[in-house]
Design a protein around this ligand. Structure first.
Ligand SMILES: [Zn+2]
Ligand SMILES: [Zn+2]
Length: 394
């Protein structure tokens, strides 16, 4: 089976689909048009379709002739709230929204994969489930969780699950894999500092929450430098600061929004505890109080099954021209992690960095450009995984 050759034959169609979705981006939980496009295309391929799965999600099920394993392949569908700055003819036509994590390519590639596999339905040894997921960028409940609650991993029970992400850090043609933890638990938090407002000329009569907020922003970096095992990957970022209305008014309150990223549960729990302690301690020192609240439904660490990942990497090496390599860990979060808690599998990356085409910006950049000629490789890799893992006897 030469899936790469077959994927290259439908390359114009994959690119067209990707551009179509790209110019109509939809934010988390609002992927209605994308879901409709997906459902229509799957139906046209003769694939059994269930819509409104976990919200706007779509489940496609392709049953082969054999009684082999059940393999699930996942693509996320949502865009990000960001004005597109890249000059492309299929530029996002919705101001303020663009698929800057390139989930448009994920949908286009998985539809391509569905087509390749549907064309070989009679030789397929097991069942393939196509999971088109909403709201990956949401960060809390996300889209994987509601789909799992809606039963996508059962009836028939999924034996293996795979997900692919386009990757602006890796060169075009790279398929990057890694066994074990590959992406972080992205915990978000809010620190609400309560002081006492007053006149800017008389700070001694007030408790200045802006000053306390500034101290906390500096102090929490000490969690990383002084309180976490230095061999553990860890980062803390305060990304938003809210307070005040005018230069001569000391406000009553300041609010900080931040995130911590960890790769294991022990570090995760310790970091959360220490951030809260530092924020409260610093506030107390200056007479203020701090309430610290963590998102209760944050994504877990994405942990790839070691054995399945090694098997997948060996398969990738069979794809002509693919540059198969081990990826370094990254501290972004992914709710694909939740599928991996239900079945062994692997989340891997497709490089799209290509300086000669100007594809040099990272994911989540308003200028992110994709080297679209890598899409057939991604499509073929997913098809190959489904093909071989449905045959798996172990
Ligand atoms: Zn993404
Ligand atoms: Zn993203």
């Amino acid at each position: 089976m030469d899936f790469l050759k077959e994927a290259k034959a439908i390359e114009p169609e994959i690119i067209k689909t990707r551009r179509e979705i790209h110019s109509h981006p939809e934010l988390a939980y609002h992927e209605e048009a994308t879901a409709k496009l997906v459902a229509d295309r799957l139906k046209a391929m003769g694939i059994e379709v269930k819509t409104k799965v976990g919200g706007t999600g779509v489940l496609g099920t392709l049953k082969g002739k054999g009684k082999g394993k059940v393999v699930a392949l996942r693509a996320d569908m949502d865009a990000l709230p960001l004005d597109e700055m890249a000059e492309v003819e299929f530029k996002s036509n919705v101001n303020g929204d663009m698929p800057a994590c390139r989930h448009d390519t994920h949908v286009a590639m998985l539809l391509g994969t569905a087509k390749l596999l549907a064309n070989h339905k009679d030789e397929l040894q097991g069942t393939v489930k196509f999971l088109f997921q909403p709201a990956e960028e949401h960060g809390g409940r996300g889209g994987a969780k509601p789909m799992i609650e809606d039963g996508v991993m059962k009836n028939p029970k999924v034996d293996y699950v795979f997900g692919l992400h386009i990757d602006g850090d890796e060169e075009s043609g790279v398929l990057a894999y890694r066994g074990g933890p590959i992406m972080a638990a992205p915990d978000t938090f809010k620190i609400r500092i309560k002081g006492k407002g007053g006149h800017g000329s008389a700070p001694h009569q007030t408790i200045d929450p802006v000053y306390v907020a500034a101290q906390i922003i500096i102090a929490v970096q000490g969690v990383s430098g002084r309180m976490i095992d230095p061999v553990q990957p860890f980062v803390i970022t305060i990304g938003a600061v809210h307070s005040g209305t005018k230069e001569n008014i000391i406000p009553d309150e300041a609010v900080l929004d931040g995130t911590i990223r960890t790769m294991d549960e022990t570090t995760r729990e310790r970091a959360k505890e220490k951030v809260a302690e530092v924020a409260k301690g610093v506030s107390k020192a200056f007479g203020a109080t701090a309430e610290v609240e963590f998102e209760h439904d944050a994504y877990p660490v994405t942990v790839n099954d070691e054995k399945v990942t090694e098997e997948a990497a060996e398969l990738f090496k069979k794809l002509p021209g693919a540059n198969v390599k081990v990826r370094s860990q990254l501290l972004g979060g992914e709710d694909f992690s939740r599928f991996l808690l239900e079945a062994p599998g692997s989340f891997y990356f497709l490089g799209t960095k290509n300086a000669s085409k100007g594809c040099v910006y990272p994911n989540h950049s308003s200028k992110f450009l994709v080297d679209e000629n890598v899409l057939p490789l991604g499509t073929a890799s997913l098809a190959l995984l489904a093909w071989e893992f449905t045959k798996n006897q172990t």
